[in-house]
Design a protein around this ligand. Structure first.
Ligand code: XMP
Ligand code: MG
Length: 179
């Protein structure tokens, strides 16, 4: 029987173990190393959720590279414009750089579309996305993602950097909400 944990008011069970997550992350790093041979990419890791994924990924990146950490603040603007996302913490000049965004999870894709749009306006020479998780059924906008760790069903997950109302980011395995 799978052991369950309680976070706030909900119960979660182990869904993907750390060793499997890390094996897949190492494979993504190998792909990136191959694709960026001779280049010097700048990784932009989106806080908070991607911190664990970013740390594990970077340990297996062998091409010369830089990494910096960004935050995306989202606030409700008007009913017609919906949510507006603002990128905080980008001090580097990304013009003519090869950019790789590191994200924890792409759900509807709306956050990533907005991040992409704002970064592309600064004329990088290339922009690709590495996400540890993606929920294909939840996507509301088409989005080109170059490096995907795992496709997930449309269920809430936590652990390995992802939280439920602030808790659970420290869990080394990925958990899913019990049915
Ligand atoms: P969208 O919908 O814009 O949102 O792609 C992506 C962001 O939503 C959060 N998110 C989750 N966080 N478990 C989490 O802990 C989940 O299952 C989940 N789905 C979406 C996450 O912050 C991500 O950056
Ligand atoms: Mg996030």
């Amino acid at each position: 029987m799978k052991s369950t944990i309680q976070v706030h008011d909900k119960h979660f069970e182990v869904f993907i173990e750390q060793s499997i997550l890390e094996k897949r992350i190492n494979a993504l790093a190998a792909e990136i190393n191959q694709d960026y041979t001779g280049k010097q990419p700048l990784f932009l890791a989106i806080l908070n959720g991607s911190f664990m994924f970013a740390a594990e990924l970077m340990k297996s990146i062998s091409v010369s590279c830089e990494i910096t950490f960004l935050r995306v603040s989202s606030y409700q603007a008007t009913a017609s414009t919906g949510k507006v996302h603002q990128i905080l913490g980008l001090t580097e000049n990304i013009e003519n750089r090869d950019i790789i965004i590191i994200e924890d999870i792409i759900d509807t894709g709306l956050t990533m579309v907005e991040i992409k749009k704002q970064l592309l306006a600064q004329n990088p020479s290339s922009l690709s996305i590495a996400t540890l998780f993606q929920k294909p059924e939840a996507l509301k906008v088409p989005i080109d993602v170059q490096y995907v760790g795992f496709d997930l069903e449309n269920k809430f997950v936590l652990g390995y950097g992802l939280d439920y109302d602030g808790l659970g980011r420290n869990l080394a395995d990925l958990y899913v909400l019990c049915e």
